[in-house]
Design a protein around this ligand. Sequence first.
Ligand SMILES: *Cc1c(COP(=O)(O)O)cnc(C)c1O
Length: 400
Amino acid sequence: MTTTATRPQLQYLHDALEELKAKNQYFHLRVLDGEQKPVATFDGKEVINLSSNNYLGLTTHPKLRRAAIDATRKYGVGSGAVRTITGTMKIHMELEEQIARFKKVEACVVFQSGFTANAGTVSAILGKEDLIISDELNHASIIDGCRLSRATIKVFKHKDLADCERVLKETENWAGKKLLITDGVFSMEGDIADLPKLCDLAERFNCIMMVDDAHSSGVLGNRGRGTIDHCGVHGRVDIQVGTLSKAIGAIGGYVCGSKDLIDFLYHRARPFLFSTSHPPSVTATCQAAFELLDSEAGEKLIKKLWANTKFFKNKLKKLGFKTGASETPITPILVGDAGKAFEFSRELFAEGVLAMAIGFPTVPEGKARLRTIVTATHKRADLERAAEIIGRVGSKIGVV
Ligand SMILES: *Cc1c(COP(=O)(O)O)cnc(C)c1O
């Protein structure tokens, strides 16, 4: 017996895994060998990659690569401490100023990930006397942040403004602070929040307004400024969260808002206070990414992303797949049964297409799906071939 084998104390974990296997919900990690690209090698097999959040192909962009290498040469590989001790480097401050300008807000703070940005912010600004009104499909990091804050959480039906208003009316005389929180683009559906109407409600019922733009920065709005720009609600959203891990191509998250908000997070956001800041390579990569985004080259990439999105969505629709209410490059192929979704995904992989199946707990039980995302760097021929294979396998296993 090796020292790491399961001891009796953890036998229940083994049992739980066996149960997942029995329910056909157990998965192996797909291992990428080489670069994250539209055609890539996973588990030793070359496939068309429809499961990456690398919207603009920036994970392998030469300018970003060079920025990372130059910063490593100049500043080393690590920041050495949390931001509040000695881990704030000049380039950290410069990136935050750059993002704030890009998003047209006063200030910005960068976190280690989008997850910690959400969880760290919600838990810092609210306490147990407060109230959170949250869309039922909000991201897990928002949900965790809400729980950590110990505030009362009221959930409204996905994008249902009447239900949201009902919750707000029922809690009209709430004594504490109120936060209305939504994803800008929903990560499993690919639909866009109705921000103008949600902002109306937030204003009418005196709520703090917060939007998680993880899937829309670099995708929607002028030069990828996100849903706030796309929906024309600049100045009406108190807290904007974004990620540096998706369209931006590296890793990290950020919060944008007023100087006071950011200054407060410096003092109270626990991931900021208790977890080390990004290495110089990551920060320099992100600086190069925003510079690219806010240029004609960036505009071109976003245009290509949307042209590919339209092309691929049309193909799937013609083949008869249900793609839900998606309005963005995130296009779910709805299956329902989790076992069937996993089987669909496995068969596609065997045929040369990577489209990951998503089941419980990422989406509710009975709503399993394949989640596809096209990027700016997919070639038309790849998308055509992927659609052909999806159609063939989908009809073979009875999804269409
Ligand atoms: C991916 C995602 C996050 C987390 O971002 P990371 O930078 O990967 O931690 C947060 N919110 C939403 C809506 C996301 O899709």
